[in-house]
Design a protein around this ligand. Structure first.
Ligand SMILES: [Zn+2]
Length: 393
């Protein structure tokens, strides 16, 4: 699409000079240096200070630890306050990519209207995409086309319930992708004695075995407690046992439950093929613990959030590229470094996560793209045939 600019052009155009990305770029470099010797740095504080005055701060976004207003007990998702229903199309997904307006332009007068799409220079993989969500159901092809335009070539669709896992597998089959099969802690209370046998069947039956690449999303969420904690723990462990039996990696969710989560997971680590703590948003100590256990880490647009992501931005550099993967968790967790701001996330926005991770790590976008892509391929044991032949540019 002609509206797409090169990565670096778009990166600078997509944000105004005083906005998060440029601030964070400068700060991140300092943070990387500073965090080697101190846990808090003036640079990090400046990110908070600078961004606190940005337009729209404190509104709109939703996420893992956002305070919840009304209860949404059926939402097996990461973003508690995220609308779990059909909603108006985001501006950028309208009939024309230029319909998103020029409010993100930074004072160049008659500048052409800009697309919010930011192409990655190399193929990248979204390891956490809720493609079975109603938001995408209207026109999956539309969202996949946009993702392909920005070099998001590979996706692992998240299964969060038995029904959702079956839907994820069907989408994977139809669109040449892969999926996880599991039950999110929010849905643990729906598990029965038939759940694990049903999961086993999806991993082993001829028509779905090659599509199901990990057990999960499973784990513990003591933040919202949509399922009782003892029930969550029981079904988390049952799914770990299944992963060991099937020799499949696990796709893990942990929210406000680090200690119990480690207590259950750690004994299984030597037997597990692999474990990724998806959408990691925890503390420095929690990150160090997960890395010491041999876990992989998934990073979402949380890191782009100038209000809640600054702690994560300071510690992400500790994750070796062979343990790091990136994800959108769309339609939740919109990267807040997109200009103009978007209301709902989609896989085409993954390059914004890539960009921020690269800045925070002090590495090039290309290096992080290449590293996370290779890690994804290896972790999920994706077949060569599922991968793009070459980068598009
Ligand atoms: Zn999750």
């Amino acid at each position: 699409m002609s509206a797409i600019r090169t990565f670096s052009e778009a990166a600078s155009a997509a944000v105004s000079p005083a906005s998060l990305a440029s601030t964070a770029a400068a700060a991140a470099a300092s943070v990387v240096a500073a965090s080697a010797s101190a846990s808090s740095s003036p640079a990090a504080a400046s990110v908070v200070a600078a961004s606190a005055s940005s337009p729209g701060a404190g509104t709109g976004a939703t996420g893992h630890r956002a305070p919840r207003a009304p209860k949404q007990p059926k939402a097996a998702v990461d973003a508690g306050a995220a609308p779990n229903k059909r909603s108006p199309k985001p501006a950028a997904s309208g009939s024309s990519s230029s319909s998103s307006g020029a409010s993100g332009a930074s004072g160049s007068g008659a500048a052409p209207k800009k697309s919010v799409l930011l192409p990655s220079p190399l193929p990248i993989a979204d390891i956490g995409i809720n493609l079975a969500h109603d938001h995408f159901a209207r026109d999956v092809e539309h969202f996949l086309r946009r993702a392909a335009e920005v070099n998001v070539t590979t996706m692992v669709i998240t299964g969060t319930s038995m029904r959702g896992s079956v839907e994820a597998l069907e989408l994977a089959r139809r669109h040449g992708m892969h999926a996880t099969v599991g039950v999110h802690p929010h849905d643990a209370k729906s598990c029965t004695t038939g759940t694990i046998p049903k999961m086993r069947q999806l991993f082993t039956s001829a028509d779905t075995a090659s599509l199901a690449v990990a057990v999960g999303e499973c784990g513990l969420d003591f933040d919202r407690n949509f399922s009782p904690q003892d029930v969550q723990m029981k079904w988390f462990e049952e799914q770990l046992k299944l992963a060991v039996e099937l020799k499949k990696p696990v796709f893990l969710h942990e929210r406000s439950a680090h200690e119990a989560f480690v207590r259950i997971l750690e004994p299984y680590m030597p037997q597990l093929t692999g474990a990724v703590v998806h959408c990691f948003t925890g503390t420095d100590a929690e990150l160090k613990k997960y890395l010491s256990m041999g876990c992989h880490i998934g990073i979402t647009g949380w890191i782009c959030d100038e209000r809640r992501g600054t702690d994560l931005a300071k510690i992400v550099h500790q994750i070796p590229l062979d343990r790091l993967m990136i994800e959108t968790d769309a339609p939740y967790l919109i990267p807040r470094n997109i200009r103009p701001r978007q209301s709902q996330n989609e896989p085409a926005f993954l390059p914004y996560v890539l960009e921020m991770v690269a800045q925070c790590m002090g590495k090039s976008v290309e290096e992080v793209a290449r590293g996370t892509f290779e890690t994804t391929r290896r972790f999920f044991q994706l077949p060569e045939s599922a991968l793009p032949a070459a980068a598009s540019s």
